[in-house]
Design a protein around this ligand. Sequence first.
Ligand code: CA
Length: 205
Amino acid sequence: MNPRVLIVEDEQALNLLLRYNLESEGFDVDIVERGDDAETRIRENQPDLLILDWMLPGVSGIEICRLATGADDYVVKPFSLPELLARVHALLRRAKPEQTMKILKSGDLELDREKKRVQRAGRELHLGPTEFRLLEFLMLSPGRVFTREQLLDGVWGREAYIDERTVDVHVGRLRKVLSRGREIDPIRTVRGSGYSFNERFAEVS
Ligand code: CA
C-alpha cells in the first residue's frame, strides 16, 4: 500500500510537478486547489502526509494547519524539489514506521508484504490479490474501524467504480481462508460502520 499524500496548492504548474515526482517515488497523490476543499477531503480520507500552501483561495493554509494540529516541517518558496522529497520521506518514516515494515504479525497470523504470503499458525494461506491487499490494509491499522467507502478507497483506489457490497463479498472470502475449525476470526464486523482488524483476536482463544 502506498503512502497517501494530499497536496493543497493553487498553482497548477507546481501541482503537476509535485504529482509527477511523488507518484514516481511510489506515493498515491491527491490534489485540491482550494483551502475549503482541503478540509472536506481530509475529513473524508485522511492522508498520511499533507503538503500545504500558505496562500490559498477559500481557507488559508494557516487555518488548515491549525485544524490539522500543526505542521511538522516547512519549506520556503521557491523550494528545491529534491529537498522537499527528502523531507517527505523523512517525515513519513518518523510518523508511520509500519509503512516500511516488511512483515506484519498479529497473534498466529503473519503477512509478508514483499513475498505476498500469508501464514496462520504456520500454514500457508492462499489469498487472491484483492483479499491480500484487504488484509494488509486492515492489519496496518489494527483496531481502527473502516467504513466500506474507506476500504474501497484504500484497497481498490479512488478511481474504481465498485459497489460497496463488493467489500462484503471480499471480506467474506478473506474470512473463509483466514480461519479454520475453532480459530478466532481476526476481522471484526462493526454493525452500521464497517470492518476492523481485531489485534487482540489471539487473546480471545
Ligand atoms: Ca498559493
